[in-house]
Design a protein around this ligand. Structure first.
Ligand code: GSH
Length: 208
């Protein structure tokens, strides 16, 4: 058993973590968990009390949350060059936390038809303001003359922020904005992203 174990399901946010693992290039073992009883088994709840994927176990330590897994792996495997340099850390942490917090909440609420009252008070109290505000903020980040979250260089922040934009466009859960499609496409053509997709697609249940 490798010292890095990845718990996932190919139809899950585990695809984000898989992409990051492939970017890092360190050997890892995959444990595919089926939705339902297997994900809620006592053995897996001992790893993630939420009974959700993805999770990684590295040298006996558990990391859950796709964004945290991306950030953790970047720092755990510095030779991959995906952790932020000191002058990239502000953007790195800002946009990782933005995408995982307000971004994720806005997208999920909207996908389930939950609408905040259309009032300045509701937008003021909700951390994400509105889905349009989230989309505008991400578009402004990309419009700020940068090819990647931290500037010109690809980092783990692009895996997570990029995946949120990619999935948002793919499932129509994030409003389109100038720059989104181009950014998503550039990231999707990275060798590690292609490899990750191929591995997870092969793990998908067979149709028919
Ligand atoms: N906040 C978590 C969300 C994880 C999550 O909700 N995973 C879903 C699949 S995308 C899951 O495992 N659902 C199974 C369940 O809750 O029973 C993350 O970002 O990793």
């Amino acid at each position: 058993m490798s010292e890095l174990v990845f718990h996932t399901n190919p139809m899950s946010r585990g695809r984000i973590a898989r992409w990051m693992l492939e970017e890092v290039g360190a050997p890892y073992d995959t444990k595919v968990l089926q939705y339902g009883p297997e994900m809620k088994s006592p053995e897996y709840l001992a790893i993630n009390p939420m009974g959700k994927v993805p999770a990684i176990v590295h040298k006996g330590r558990v990391v859950t949350e796709a964004a945290a897994i991306c950030a953790y792996l970047a720092f755990a495997f510095p030779d991959a060059g995906l952790a932020p340099e000191p002058d990239e850390q502000a953007d790195f942490f800002r946009w990782m936390f933005f995408a995982a917090g307000p971004g994720e909440a806005a997208i999920t609420n909207h996908a389930f038809g939950f609408q905040l009252p259309d009032t300045p008070e509701a937008r003021g109290r909700a951390g994400y303001g509105s889905l349009d505000m989230v989309a505008d903020a991400l578009a402004a980040m990309l419009a700020d003359g940068r090819a990647h979250v931290t500037g010109t260089r690809f980092t783990a922040a692009d895996v997570y922020v990029g995946a949120q934009i990619q999935f948002g466009l793919q499932f129509g859960t994030l409003p389109e904005r100038p720059g989104f499609a181009d950014y998503a496409q550039r990231l999707a053509s990275r060798p590690a992203a292609l490899r990750a997709r191929e591995i997870d697609d092969a793990l998908m249940p067979k149709q028919g």
